[in-house]
Ligand binder design. Sequence first.
Ligand code: PMP
Length: 439
Amino acid sequence: TEAAYRERTPTSERIYGELVEDIPAGVASTYRAFEPYPMIIERAEGPYLYDVDGNRYLDFDLNNGAGMVGHSHPAVTDAIRDQLDHGTLFTHPHELLGEAAREIKKRWDVADLVRFTNSGTESTMHAIRVARAYSGRDKLLKIEGAYHGVHDYVLLSKAAPEHKLGHPKRPATYVESHGVPEAIEDTVEVAPWNDLEAVEEIMSENVNEIGALIVEPIVMNVGMTQPHAEFLQGLRELCDEYQVPYIFDEVKTGVKVAPGGAAEYYDVEPDLVTMAKSIGGNYPVGAFAGREEIMRGIEHGTAHYGTYNGSPLVLRAVTTVLRDVLTDDAYDHVNDLGERLVSGYEEIMADVGLNGHVEYVNSQGTVVFANERITNYRDFARHVDVDFHENYWFEMLDRGVLPHPHDASQQWSISVQHEREHIEDHLDAFAEVAPLLAD
Ligand code: PMP
């Protein structure tokens, strides 16, 4: 409960009170602020986070899903330490660029060419730009409720408050932040997830206008909303028919749902792919990659620059993660643990008669305290009781388990440093919490 949380975290409360004096909302990314105050983290190791009051949390949030290698993975740390002695930033080219790019090319068939960035936001921004440059058209088509970072062109219709829900087949386009010009709305169309007909309608009404389609192949800022069978392939065919570059935003799915991300998992080939988070082993890096003829636009007037792009420091992390840490055995390990976590949740909910089910793909999943399956943002808004879910979150925290970020729309992740005993600890906590929720 919130009361128990307050009792356990007096030092966090004090330090947070100081942080808000210097930093808006006391956090480095506004998303991280929550009531009554976030816990202040002192250190992290393996599968654990430790706060300044000495509380230990078994971490299934893993930095919004970025930490598939777990905290301070020894192999990644060694590589970084070694690089510290050889220079951390060269703006001149170096061989690690090719080494890291080749690791990405091994995983994604579509990755003929690769460019590195510093975040998911930069990756989607540039992928959209090269797509628009290639198609020569200005409009972006995105999915209602989908999050692709914070640049102006994607900070639209990522949530659908009641008064803006509009027609279910034709969601309203609206900017989602003060400071984003409303004129942006004229350059973005929004479609509901899992509705091929709606997408086709938009494409046919905007022939020669849609310059790119961006989708997150599993909508992971709406729980774990999977594509219906054939939906992603259907989009592929529509993109071919209307000659629209097709972008998979694999910032969260990439290297997690399968070694080659959702493109491999669903066996659908986009034209461009964006990634960040888990490719960097908790270092700040992103990438975008795609078909040669689209990516070569960067050599002919499509801008992609950045002082910190492809620094040797983060690329040491990338090559270590992709080559040495996320091996086939590592995938077997986290996927087995994911399966155990899901079946454990299902058993416990059935035992205590708690309404709900688990949505998951391999090592990522979330409990949905509703019987209805969530197929798109609107289902989520309608069926997920965020207060109920928050209660679950605080109760789990009281038992030393951080199930996911503080938000019902998020999901658990499992790292290569989690072991079976950590999954059992998570389930033991849920076995105590479930009866409280069922009451
Ligand atoms: N795309 C998706 C699908 C994401 O989940 C996120 C971050 N949660 C981003 C893009 C933005 O990535 P970053 O926070 O690294 O800018």
